[in-house]
Design a protein around this ligand. Sequence first.
Ligand SMILES: Nc1nc2c(ncn2[C@@H]2O[C@H](COP(=O)(O)OP(=O)(O)OP(=O)(O)O)[C@@H](O)[C@H]2O)c(=O)[nH]1
Length: 295
Amino acid sequence: MKILIADDDPSSILYLQDMLGEWGYEVEVAVDGNAAAEILRRSDGPLLAILDSMMPGMDGIDVCRGIRQSDTERYVYMIILTSRVESEFIVAAMNAGADDFISKPFNDEEMRVRVRAGRRIVELGEQLRRRASRDALTNIYNRGAIIEILEKELSRQGRSQHAVSILFCDVDNFKAINDTHGHLAGDEVLRVLARRMAATLRPYDSFGRYGGEEMLGVFPDCGLEGALEVAERMRAAVAEAPVKTEFGDIDVTVSIGLATVDKDQTCKLATLLQRADDALYRAKANGKNCITIAH
Ligand SMILES: Nc1nc2c(ncn2[C@@H]2O[C@H](COP(=O)(O)OP(=O)(O)OP(=O)(O)O)[C@@H](O)[C@H]2O)c(=O)[nH]1
């Protein structure tokens, strides 16, 4: 786990850095409050920070206030390091959004347990965040999360001019699978298909459950040709072997509709989804277990 140390005193930084390193933490350093705030706002920034209360520019309390007022999605746990122990100061720090404080000079063991307490909160927060974005049955993104990813990707696409492709995928004859083998077998089929298809993706692609037996893939920086390759890998990964369930082996296939926004085009989210859905409809009409491209 990564921890930010923000302090303008090099010897304090060095001391803390060594100690945290020994305890197994990765450390990032900021020498003033502005740099600290910038690092904490980064989407991959540390989620635990030890902030000196006195720093040039923004002090530790200003950093806490700034972070709590910003719309960062992740919870950052902030510990104020201070030589001021009067209640008014502590109240002001915690009112500004600090989670904890440690008085200077600090006791190493106290630092260790307070950092550990912070780590527990951060890990819980990350667990909650992850659960909120995952589909409980298949563990791929849920509908809200995959749509949010697509929205972000489309706005990035509009700004930076690269292609984006999406894929709608629907299990073929799924009602018959449920009717023949039971709903629990149908659930197992969905779980296995999601796993097989997700395993074929590139690291920066996203895949989520749009609803029922329909799944949505989002492929950034990916034109039609690339998307077709990914889609074919996904289709083949499903069809290559039956799904083994305790209710018997079940042959399954999927139909796929693809739609692309080229780099010199823009497309609204609803329109793009509709285009992929129309393509999927044609894939079903063409006999299923195939891929169709949107007009
Ligand atoms: N087991 C299980 N079934 C589900 C779930 N969500 C939706 N279904 C079922 O999926 C089936 C979808 O059936 P249809 O929309 O008729 O589609 P289909 O039989 O796959 O037919 P085609 O799409 O034309 O190939 C319905 O019977 C739903 O009850 C789920 O989470 N688990």
